[in-house]
Design a protein around this ligand. Structure first.
Ligand code: AP5
Ligand code: MG
Ligand code: ZN
Length: 214
């Protein structure tokens, strides 16, 4: 099963992608996580990406396309994968389709997690990420067992640099301009799945499972 998660920043792509990957035993690939790991390790890619990410802008297509195409050709993707945060532009989607077609493969579902902008800003201010493993929580909607301590690795939690309200607004604008057109792209291809992302995390997941199957 090959799945794409679509949705605004903070819509819950990552939250749902992790649950999908676990249930269907497929790989979870988050380009945002890959960039953040590279920034943390101060790689060349990380340094390049950081200048864009900190401003709420998209990293240029040429820095992300080859990285994802290489990644989905790895052995742990044979059973399938859920792409979280890619594609984000029409050229990225076309490049992915082309690369998959060469292997007689295609995307099965593009799941759009729909959340209005008003809700997003509220969600982002409550998001906390683990500095060690990147796990994501929310102070109200997905709290840790112990305050400010990661449930899985005991790492410390912090606010993501790009979750400041002014950067969130910028990311939303970029989303509407550059990423939202993908909804039409996948509707035309016939594999768009719309899910109401304003419901509780478990209810959103329930809707997704209804489509993907038990
Ligand atoms: P990325 O890390 O992908 O960020 P994003 O798309 O802005 O999305 P987020 O990770 O912020 O949100 P999410 O939808 O995963 O929501 P989450 O599940 O965390 O990318 C970061 C940056 O990297 C980009 O801005 C760009 O610069 C660059 N980049 C990455 N990929 C790129 C690409 N392909 N091309 C170019 N540049 C790229 O949930 C949010 C919060 O809400 C959490 O606290 C969660 O606990 C909570 N929550 C989740 N679901 C619910 C619910 N149903 N109810 C209540 N709370 C909920
Ligand atoms: Mg995410
Ligand atoms: Zn952790």
């Amino acid at each position: 099963m090959r799945i794409i998660m679509l949705g605004a920043p903070g819509a819950g792509k990552g939250t749902q992608a992790i649950k999908i990957a676990e249930k269907y035993a497929i790989s979870h690939i988050s380009t945002g996580d890959i960039f953040r790991a590279n920034i943390k390790n101060e790689t060349e890619l990380g340094q390049k990406a950081k200048t864009y990410i900190d401003q709420g802008l998209l990293v240029p297509d040429e820095l992300v396309v080859d990285l994802v195409v290489d990644r989905v050709n790895k052995a742990d993707c044979e059973n399938g994968y859920v792409l979280d945060g890619f594609p984000r532009t029409i050229p990225q989607a076309e490049a992915l389709d082309e690369a998959l077609a060469k292997r007689d493969e295609a995307i099965d579902y593009a799941i759009n997690v729909e959340v209005p902008d008003e809700n997003i800003v509220r969600r982002m201010s409550g998001r906390r990420a683990c500095v060690e493993c990147g796990a994501t929580y929310h102070v109200v909607y997905a709290p840790t067992k112990k305050e400010n301590v990661c449930d899985t690795c005991q790492g410390t939690l912090m606010l993501r640099d790009d979750d400041k309200p002014e950067t969130v607004q910028k990311r939303l604008n970029v989303y509407h301009e550059q990423t939202q057109p993908l909804i039409n792209y996948y509707t035309t291809k016939g594999n768009l799945v719309e899910v109401d992302g304003t419901m509780d995390i478990e209810d959103v997941f329930g809707k997704i499972v209804e489509v993907l199957g038990e």
